[in-house]
Design a protein around this ligand. Structure first.
Ligand SMILES: Nc1ncnc2c1ncn2[C@@H]1O[C@H](COP(=O)(O)OP(=O)(O)OP(=O)(O)O)[C@@H](O)[C@H]1O
Ligand SMILES: [Mg+2]
Length: 444
C-alpha cells in the first residue's frame, strides 16, 4: 500500500476502465487516505473518518467495474453487496450485519493464505518426511548395530532424494486422513434465515469431531493433504484472526451497489418503509458500531464504503439525512460516447475484442477487426443506446454476440484459419437487425 499512490492507483485502473477520471481520482484519494490515516498518531487518528463515496452514473458506465478492479489492486479485505438485497422478501433475518461477517471471512482467508505462504516450505518438508515414513518405515534403532543404522540412514537419504525428485509420485500408499467428503449437515431454516442456518452449521462442524479414515491414494495426493495438515499445525490461528480483524477495522472496504434502490421518496406506502428501514439498519454500520462475528467483535468505524447507483428515479438527497452525511463525496460518472466505445472495445487488458480473438484462437482461427469495422460497431452501439434503452458498455456485448453469432456457430466445421471483419460485414450482419425495430429490441 505504501507504494500505491493515488496516481499509481489511477494508472492501474486505466488499464481496465476507459474515461471516468473523476471517479478514479476520488476512489484513489479515499484509498490513499486510509493509509495516510494509519501513519497518524493516536488520539488524532481515531478522529479521522473515512471518505465514503457515492458513485452516480447510468447503468453500464463502469461503477461496478471500478470497484472490482480496485479490490484486486489493494491487498485489503473487500466485499461487494447489493443494497437492494436487504429489501427483498424475507428481509427480516437477512441482517445487514452479514456484510461485516462476510468481510471478516474474506480477511481471515486472506491472512491465512499469507501465513500459509510463509510456512509452506516447512510444511512441505514435514509432509515429505511423513510420506517417507510410510514408504520406508524406520525400524527399531536400539536393537541393531551402529553399522546397520548408518546403512539405514544412507538408504533413507537416497530414498528421500528420490521422493523429492518425484520418483514415487504415482505410487499408492495408505494414509489416515480426514475424510474428504464430510457428510454435510443440512440445517433447514425458514425463508431468509440462511445466515442463521449457516452460523448454526459453523457451530456444529466445530463441535463435531472430524473422523479420520484410512484411505488409499497416490503419493502426490497424500502430499497435498499432509502439507495442508502440517501447515495448519504451523499456523497460529489466534494470530491470524487477530490480524484479520485488525485489517478489517483499519483497511477493509465495502462496495454498496445499487444504493439508489433503497433511497425511497417519503410516502407511507409499504415498499418505502422497508427501504427506509434498510437505510436505518445500514446507518449504524456506516457510522461506526461493533458487530459480533464468530471471530470476535469487529469495529466498523473506519471501514470505507463506496456506494454506487444509477439514481434515475431517486436522488442521493432522497436518502435519509444521516446516511447522506456519511457519504460526503459524490462523483458523477460520464455517459460513454462512441469514441469511448471504440477504446473499450480495444484498449483494456480484458477488452472484448481481445476476448473474442482469444476464443477463436482456440479453434486455430485468427480473428481481426479493421479500424472501420470497430468504428461501425461503436457507432451502432451508440445508436442503439440512443434509440432504445441506454445500457452503456453492456450494449457492446449484445452487438458483438449478434455480429459473431454465425462465426461462433460454424467453427470449427468451416475450414478456415483467418477471419477479418470489415465495415461492410458489420453493416450487412447488423443492418437487417437494426431496420426491424421489433427484432432489434429482442436481439440487440
Ligand atoms: N468505462 C468503462 N471502461 C471499460 N469497460 C467498461 C466501462 N464501463 C463499462 N464497461 C464494461 O461494461 C460492463 C458493465 O459495467 P459495470 O458493471 O461497471 O456497470 P455499472 O456502472 O455498475 O452498471 P449498473 O448500474 O447497471 O450496475 C463491464 O463488464 C465492463 O466490461
Ligand atoms: Mg453495477
Amino acid at each position: 500500500m505504501e507504494k500505491l499512490t493515488p496516481k499509481k492507483i489511477v494508472r492501474e485502473l486505466d488499464k481496465y476502465i476507459i474515461g471516468q477520471s473523476s471517479a478514479k481520482r476520488s476512489v484513489a484519494i479515499a484509498l490513499r487516505n486510509r493509509w495516510r490515516r494509519q501513519q497518524v498518531d493516536e488520539p488524532l487518528r481515531e478522529e479521522i473518518s473515512p471518505n465514503n463515496i457515492i458513485l452516480i452514473g447510468s447503468t453500464g458506465v463502469g461503477k461496478t467495474e471500478i470497484s472490482r478492479r480496485l479490490a484486486t489492486l489493494v491487498n485489503a479485505p473487500f466485499v461487494k453487496v447489493e443494497a437492494s438485497k436487504f429489501t427483498e422478501v424475507g428481509y427480516v433475518g437477512r441482517d445487514v450485519e452479514s456484510m461485516i461477517r462476510d468481510l471478516i471471512e474474506v480477511s481471515v482467508k486472506q491472512v491465512r493464505s499469507e501465513s500459509e505462504a510463509k510456512v509452506i516450505g516447512k510444511a512441505l518438508r514435514n509432509a515429505n518426511e511423513r510420506i517417507l515414513e510410510i514408504l520406508f518405515p524406520t525400524g527399531e534403532k536400539e536393537s541393531i548395530s551402529e553399522e546397520a543404522i548408518n546403512r539405514q540412514d544412507r538408504t533413507r537419504k537416497k530414498m528421500k532424494d528420490r521422493l523429492e525428485n518425484g520418483d514415487f509420485e504415482s505410487r499408492i500408499i495408505k494414509i489416515k486422513a480426514k475424510s474428504k467428503s464430510m457428510p454435510m449437515l443440512q440445517v433447514m431454516g425458514p425463508l431468509g434465515m440462511d445466515d442463521m442456518s449457516s452460523n448454526i452449521q459453523d457451530m456444529l462442524s466445530s463441535v463435531m469431531p472430524s473422523k479420520k479414515k484410512t484411505q488409499r491414494m497416490k503419493v502426490s495426493e497424500a502430499r497435498e493433504i499432509f502439507s495442508e495438515e502440517e501447515a495448519e499445525k504451523l499456523i497460529d490461528m489466534d494470530d491470524v484472526i487477530r490480524v484479520a480483524i485488525d485489517r478489517v477495522e483499519q483497511s477493509g472496504f465495502i462496495f454498496l451497489d445499487e444504493i439508489d434502490k433503497i433511497a425511497g421518496q417519503g410516502g407511507g406506502s409499504s415498499p418505502d418503509v422497508s427501504r427506509e428501514g434498510v437505510q436505518r439498519d445500514i446507518l449504524p454500520i456506516v457510522e461506526g458500531s461493533t458487530v459480533s462475528t464468530k471471530y470476535g467483535q469487529v469495529k466498523t468505524d473506519h471501514i470505507l464504503f463506496i456506494a454506487a447507483g444509477a439514481f434515475h428515479v431517486s436522488k442521493p438527497s432522497d436518502l435519509i439525512p444521516e446516511l447522506q452525511g456519511r457519504f460526503p463525496i459524490r462523483v458523477e460518472l460520464d455517459n460513454l460516447s462512441q469514441s469511448d466505445f471504440v477504446k473499450i472495445l480495444t484498449k483494456p487488458k480484458n477488452a472484448l475484442l481481445k476476448q473474442y480473438e482469444a476464443l477463436l484462437q482456440a479453434e486455430g482461427v485468427t480473428l481481426e477487426f479493421n479500424k472501420d469495422a470497430i468504428n461501425e460497431i461503436a457507432k451502432i452501439a451508440t445508436e442503439l443506446n440512443d434509440t432504445m434503452e441506454n445500457i452503456g458498455a453492456r450494449r457492446l456485448h449484445t452487438v458483438l454476440t449478434s455480429l459473431l453469432d454465425d462465426i461462433l456457430f460454424d467453427l470449427p466445421d468451416k475450414k478456415i484459419t483467418e477471419i477479418s471483419i470489415n465495415k461492410k460485414m458489420v453493416q450487412k450482419k447488423l443492418s437487417n437487425l437494426s431496420e426491424d425495430e421489433d427484432l432489434r429490441r429482442y436481439i440487440l
